[in-house]
Design a protein around this ligand. Structure first.
Ligand code: 5AD
Ligand code: SF4
Ligand code: FES
Length: 356
């Protein structure tokens, strides 16, 4: 009996080893192999393989992106999100263009080489307003990324013309039935078209998913990973789903940190040189979540550069880290953390393609 169990364990682990061996060499896997990695309990082997690939392909630099959450108004009603239109409990705020520009200047002065402007889908900001904000910020010698949701091709074109380098739009899930259920009045098909348009316009494309959405299957996550490879994305953020009590989603206590880490590690193995952030949601579920992620394949962190007073209102999910801290504090906190694991802060803008 003992021998049989031993044989089984050997067969299981050698299966994982052969998949890891293959992906380290070829950076390609089929859906079944991805599923086996998602299901394996040999997490540490998966994580160390991803760390090795990260080191070989993108090195020890960690690129910082200053995140400015400039408005929490949103016309969408995603079932999982605290900023959803029908959440009456949230205190809404929006920053005026000049305030956003000032915050970006401050972030650039703290040494950030990328500014990310993020908001809900807020119609207050016209194409003109956003374009002007971007062209002002581009004077600070930084890369600019936008994360403001689904727009028309013409609008994306205008932002690109104004100087935007990157656009972040998570696909959230490629399971069509699940997507359409969780995102009323939105469609997976349109989201995919948006990502195609972003790509066509020459942006660096950032996407990503949540891991642990109610109704999500490992099979669909395997498909999400292959979708990122098919675009191919320049960046992908993987965040665990965190239950928000002011949303219609059924309460869950489950912690999806470890599964999100696994998804992130598999992505690194398949797309060895893309940018992968250690996400804020990971740190929300684990005290050292970002540092752990940086040692399981991640090479980017997006510290909060929003003024303290607004932070608590940008409550996509509860328990978000850095709520009471200032932009300056987070800038130096994260650098110290990065140095504590023998890594360094990237000195350039950390583009995927040219690495300049
Ligand atoms: N838990 C974790 N992440 C969430 N997001 C939205 N709601 C939640 C939640 N409850 C993520 C989505 C979105 C990003 C801005 O925040 O992936 O794209
Ligand atoms: Fe709005 Fe984005 Fe939240 Fe959906 S996930 S409600 S689009 S902020
Ligand atoms: Fe904000 Fe550490 S990064 S407190």
């Amino acid at each position: 009996m003992k021998i049989r169990i031993f044989d089984r364990i050997c067969a299981m682990t050698s299966g994982i080893y052969s998949i890891l061996d293959k992906v380290i060499k070829l950076h390609s896997l089929n859906e079944d192999d991805i599923l086996r990695l998602l299901k394996t309990e040999e997490n540490n082997n998966l994580f160390s393989a991803a760390d090795k690939v990260r080191k070989e392909h993108v090195g020890d630099e960690v690129h910082l992106r200053a995140l400015i959450e400039f408005s929490n108004y949103c016309k969408q009603n995603c079932l999982y999100c605290g900023l959803r239109r029908d959440n009456p409990k949230i205190t809404r705020y929006r920053l005026e263009p000049q305030e956003i520009i000032n915050l970006a200047k401050k972030a650039a002065d703290y040494g950030y080489k990328t500014i990310v402007l993020q908001s809900g889908e807020d119609l207050y900001y016209t194409v003109d307003k956003i374009s002007k904000i971007i062209s002002e910020i581009k004077n600070f010698d930084v890369a600019v990324a936008l994360s403001i949701g689904e727009k028309s091709f013409e609008e994306y074109k205008a932002y690109r013309r104004a100087g935007t380098d990157r656009y972040l739009l998570r696909i959230e899930t490629t399971d069509e039935a699940l997507y359409n259920k969780l995102n009323p009045s939105m469609s997976l098909q349109n989201r995919m078209i948006c990502l195609e348009n972003i790509k066509k316009l020459g942006y660096e494309v950032g996407s990503g998913i949540m891991v642990g959405l109610p109704g999500q299957t490992l099979e669909s996550i395997a498909k999400d990973i292959l979708y990122f490879k098919s675009i191919p994305v320049d960046m992908a953020g993987i965040g665990p789903f965190i239950y928000h009590p002011d949303t219609p989603i059924k309460k869950t206590e489950e912690n999806f940190f470890e599964l999100a880490l696994k998804v992130m590690a598999i992505l690194r193995l398949l797309m060895p040189d893309i940018n992968i952030p250690a996400t804020t949601a990971m740190e929300t579920l684990n005290l050292n979540g970002r540092l752990i992620a940086l040692q399981c394949g991640a090479n980017v962190v997006m510290p909060n550069a929003t003024e303290t007073a607004y932070r608590k209102h940008y409550e996509i999910y509860p328990g978000k880290i850095c709520i009471g801290d200032s932009p300056k504090h987070c800038r130096f906190c994260i650098e110290n953390k990065i140095k504590s694991i023998n890594r360094c802060v990237g000195e350039n803008r950390g583009y995927h393609r040219s690495n300049s």
